[in-house]
Design a protein around this ligand. Structure first.
Ligand SMILES: [Zn+2]
Length: 238
C-alpha cells in the first residue's frame, strides 16, 4: 500500500503543478483582458471627442455664416436710412438696425464659445490619441508575451499530463477506481495532504486515529468531511 500511496502523493504534486501552471496562464489572460478593456475605453472616449470636435466645428461655421448674413442685412438697412422720406420710416429702420446688431453680437458670442470648445476638444483629442497609441503598444507587447507564455505552459502541461497518465496506470485497480471516483467529484483536488491534523481540502479536523493512519500509509484514507483522498504532508508541503 505504501508505494500506492507514494504514487498518490506524486499524483497530488503533479496535479498541483498543473493547476498552478493553468492558473498562472488564466491570471495573465485576465490581466491582458483588463488592458484590452482599458484600451477600448480610451478608443471610445477618443471617438466621442472627435465627434464633439466635428459638431463644434460645424456649429462655428454655421454661426460664421449667420454673422456674415446679419452684417449684410445691417448694411442694407443703413443704406435705406439715406433714402427714407419720413421720420416714422427712419425710426422703424433704426429699430431694425438695433435688432440686427443684437443678433450679430449673439452670433459672434456663439462663434467665440465654439472656438473655445474647439480648442479644448482638440487638446483632448491629441491627449487621447497619444494615450491610445501607448495603450495599443502595451497591449500588443503583452499579447505577444502572453501567447508565448501560454504556448510554453501548454507544452509543460501536456508533458505533465503524460507523466500523470503513467502514474495513474501504475495504481492498483481498487486505488485507481477510488481515485477516479473522487476525481470525478473533486476534480484536480481529489488528493489532499493532511495539514496540522486537518483535511487540506475542507479543513475538517480529522480524528487522531485517522491522521495516524494517514501518516503510516497502511491503507487508503478518505476524509469524512469531503470524501477526498488523504495523504501525509511531506517535505515542503509542511
Ligand atoms: Zn476533507
Amino acid at each position: 500500500m505504501r508505494d500506492q500511496i507514494d504514487r498518490l502523493q506524486q499524483l497530488r504534486q503533479l496535479d498541483g503543478t498543473i493547476r498552478s501552471l493553468s492558473g498562472a496562464v488564466s491570471a495573465r489572460e485576465t490581466d491582458l483582458q483588463r488592458k484590452v478593456t482599458e484600451e477600448n475605453l480610451v478608443r471610445e472616449a477618443l471617438s466621442s471627442e472627435k465627434a464633439m470636435l466635428g459638431a463644434t466645428q460645424s456649429k462655428r461655421r454655421q454661426a460664421d455664416i449667420e454673422v456674415e448674413t446679419s452684417r449684410e442685412r445691417k448694411a442694407h438697412f443703413e443704406k435705406q436710412l439715406t433714402e427714407v422720406k419720413t421720420n416714422v420710416e427712419y425710426q422703424a429702420l433704426l429699430r431694425e438696425i438695433a435688432t440686427v446688431e443684437k443678433s450679430i453680437r449673439e452670433w459672434e458670442d456663439t462663434v467665440l464659445e465654439a472656438m473655445e470648445t474647439e480648442e479644448t476638444t482638440q487638446k483632448n483629442v491629441k491627449r487621447l490619441a497619444a494615450d491610445l497609441a501607448g495603450k495599443q503598444k502595451v497591449v500588443q507587447a503583452e499579447r505577444e508575451q502572453f501567447e508565448q507564455g501560454k504556448q510554453a505552459a501548454d507544452q509543460q502541461v501536456a508533458g505533465l499530463g503524460e507523466q500523470r497518465d503513467d502514474l495513474v496506470a501504475k495504481l492498483s485497480v481498487p486505488v485507481r477506481s477510488k481515485y477516479e471516483r473522487v476525481r470525478q467529484a473533486k476534480g484536480d483536488s481529489a488528493i489532499v495532504a493532511v495539514v496540522n491534523g486537518s483535511c487540506g481540502g475542507c479543513h475538517y479536523k480529522l480524528p487522531p486515529q485517522t491522521a495516524a493512519e494517514v501518516r503510516h500509509s497502511e491503507r487508503l484514507m478518505i476524509c469524512e468531511g469531503c470524501g477526498r483522498i488523504l495523504v501525509a504532508a511531506r517535505g515542503s508541503d509542511g
